[in-house]
Ligand binder design. Structure first.
Ligand code: MF3
Ligand code: CO
Length: 260
């Protein structure tokens, strides 16, 4: 069942998403060659707790981190670890914060130092596809309009869409109905209504769409080990408008002209 939020609840979502965005801004300061990814995790956890939030991924289904760390071929759900970032890597940081009973969920894939033009193009295309999806996310449209917008944008540019992982409704729970695949047909699926809060998150591969889940049950990577990119915003539909509740602004402030 898709739970429609009241204006009061959307206000709480907005605050949770604000803390999520500020946290990712803190993490952004630390992204550089030589940093072990567990240090990014600690930074995120401490910042969230200091600001009255709860790191919602930590312990979720047994997940061991505050952030999911997605290096190069990792698609989603990578563990923070002793791996140190290298020049030319890309690293997605996926983060969920609970504040006052509501969740904010977002992801940003960072280039580490200088990254090849091919990989930069994967990043910009994936990020643009997120905004194409958000553009299609309007009251009175259907869910499939979002899915189709993301899919066509990426596939036209030669990239492939991961099928097994989806966006989702969000609110009191991290994952609520509906599931939001990054592929689908226009004009299909549930009607988009005021009160819906949705986490839209394209996961896009440079090579084939196939993935492998490692034996730890979490770490999800591309089968061909080519890179994968992931961007995510939490949005709310209210008063006939779609508001992006999370923000990449704190990241832009840190990265300056390296922001993509
Ligand atoms: N933020 C991700 C999502 O949208 C991943 C959360 S999984 C967790 O589903 F286990 F790490 F919490
Ligand atoms: Co999500």
């Amino acid at each position: 069942m898709i739970y429609l939020k009241t204006p009061d609840e959307i206000d709480k979502m907005r605050k949770a998403c604000e803390l999520t965005s500020l946290t990712l801004g803190q993490v952004a300061r630390m992204i550089q060659p030589g940093v072990p990814t567990h240090r990014l995790d600690t930074c995120a956890r401490e910042f969230i707790v200091a600001n009255g939030g709860r790191p919602a991924c930590l312990g979720y289904g047994g997940f061991p981190g505050t952030i999911c760390v997605e290096v190069n071929e990792t698609v989603v759900h990578g563990f923070p670890s002793t791996y140190t970032l290298r020049e030319g890597d890309i690293v997605g940081i996926d983060l969920v914060v609970e504040l006052d009973g509501y969740h904010g969920d977002m992801c940003y894939t960072f280039p580490v130092g200088e990254v090849s033009p091919e990989v930069m193009n994967l990043l910009t295309t994936t990020k643009e596809s997120l905004y194409k999806g958000i553009d299609a996310c309007r009251e009175g449209h259907r869910l499939g309009d979002i899915c189709n917008a993301v899919q066509t944008y990426c596939e036209k540019r030669g990239y492939s869409i991961v099928r097994e992982m989806c966006g989702h409704g969000i609110g009191r729970k991290m994952h609520e109905d509906p599931e939001i695949p990054n592929y689908g047909r226009r004009g299909t699926g549930p009607l988009l209504k005021n009160g819906m809060c949705l986490a839209i998150e394209p996961m896009v591969n440079m090579g084939s769409r196939n993935i492998v889940i490692e034996s730890d049950g979490w770490n999800c990577r591309t089968r061909d080990r080519k890179p994968s990119a992931h961007y995510e915003h939490t949005v709310a539909i209210h008063d006939g408008q779609t508001e992006i509740l999370t923000s990449f602004e704190p990241i832009r402030e840190v990265l300056g002209d390296r922001f993509i």
